[in-house]
Ligand binder design. Structure first.
Ligand code: SF4
Length: 355
């Protein structure tokens, strides 16, 4: 009893007397509480970068998630933007079930073959899974009300949150003041007063905010998605029309080479430069061996070609002739030959020079 009251007695020292050093080691100070965490659906464009910075300024640790489709070209820019914001950057590829989004979008296509609403729902679902894995509280995106006609109307934003399972947990910091408060705003975890009320397509106010918040990477606006290009749409339509059960691999091929539809639902894809030839060679082993044949010039310089279709063998000679047609250097000492590879078997055939 005496010891306890002695230990707890308040010590006082005369003014100017240095404190007596404690005979016991000081307990280490407790670690600071972990920063609250959010996941950003992150393209690396101006809007998603601003959304991240707004949340960083509220003390959140943000993890960027880039969902890659076969039609996206912005992954490197996205990684660079994440680096400049000092956040982790994770890339995840869409799965085979994304084909359903491409072929039968519940909410239709935009001005080209872009199923943006279904695609946003799909990506928000992936963000929810990532959020749950990390133990983060919510997901943010840089969407701005009415900025894009296909997917950023008020009811589209609500639909994406609802159908992705993120209702109340998908926060759009740049237009939040136009929308119902989300759960983190209602709980006070996020200060709603420090969110924004942007709408429409104007870029100047966003650039001003970027300057104010020190966001230095401000790329020019672009979806970076081939599906939004009208010139790309016929390829997508052709694939859906002629291939009963296309795979993600079939869709990934759409960005490579010159495509020619042949009889019986077969298709020839001829490389237009060395990079495309290399891409066709890399893609060939990933295709269904029963319907995929790679053709490469064997004794001359020319493009490679991929032949895809249910009865592909029937078209080997046609595609070999196409390869010859696209070369300027046919051999002088004999007929041009083409290596034909299907699955693990490879043969060499003479190509007809008749066009
Ligand atoms: S632009 Fe492309 S990636 Fe973006 S939501 Fe639309 S379909 Fe999806």
């Amino acid at each position: 009893m005496w010891q306890k009251s002695h230990r707890n007695a308040r010590r006082t020292f005369p003014t100017g007397t240095p404190p007596i050093p404690s005979p016991y080691p000081l307990a280490p100070s407790p670690p600071p509480p972990p920063m609250p965490r959010a996941v950003a659906m992150f393209s690396g464009g101006l809007d998603s970068s601003l959304a991240v910075r707004v949340m960083q300024n509220q003390g959140f640790e943000v993890d960027a998630l880039y969902v890659r489709t076969p039609f996206c070209s912005g992954v490197d820019d996205s990684a660079a933007a994440a680096r400049s914001l000092g956040i982790r950057h994770t890339v995840r590829d869409v799965g085979e079930d994304y084909v359903e989004v491409l072929c039968r979008p519940r909410y239709g296509y935009g001005s080209a073959m872009n199923p943006c609403i279904d695609c946003r729902i799909y990506m928000a679902r992936m963000a929810r899974e990532f959020m749950e894995e990390l133990g983060a509280s919510f997901v943010i995106s840089g969407e701005i009300l009415s900025q894009r006609p296909m997917s950023q109307k008020r009811h589209h934003l609500a639909l994406v949150a609802q159908r992705s399972g993120l209702e109340g947990r998908l926060l759009r910091p740049l237009c939040a003041l136009h929308l119902e408060p989300t759960l983190p705003e209602l709980s006070g975890e996020v200060d709603r007063q420090r969110l924004y009320r942007f709408d429409g397509r104007g870029r100047r106010p966003l650039l001003e905010l970027a300057e104010q918040l020190g966001v230095t990477v401000t790329p020019t606006p672009s979806t970076g998605c081939a599906l939004t290009e009208r010139s790309f749409a016929p390829r997508v339509q052709d694939l859906i029309q002629f291939t009963p059960d296309p795979t993600l691999w079939d869709f990934a091929l759409l960005r490579i080479g010159r495509h020619t539809r042949l009889a019986d639902g077969a298709k020839a894809i001829v490389g237009r430069d060395q990079q495309e030839n290399a891409s066709l060679r890399a893609m060939a082993p990933q295709g269904d061996p029963d319907r995929t044949i790679l053709l490469e010039p064997a004794n001359f310089l020319g493009p490679d070609a991929l032949l895809v279709g249910p009865d592909a063998q029937a078209h080997v000679q046609t595609v070999a002739t196409m390869i010859v047609r696209h070369t300027r250097q046919v051999p002088e000492d004999g007929p041009p030959q083409v290596r034909v590879t299907q699955g693990k078997s490879s043969t060499v055939s003479e190509a007809s020079m008749r066009v």
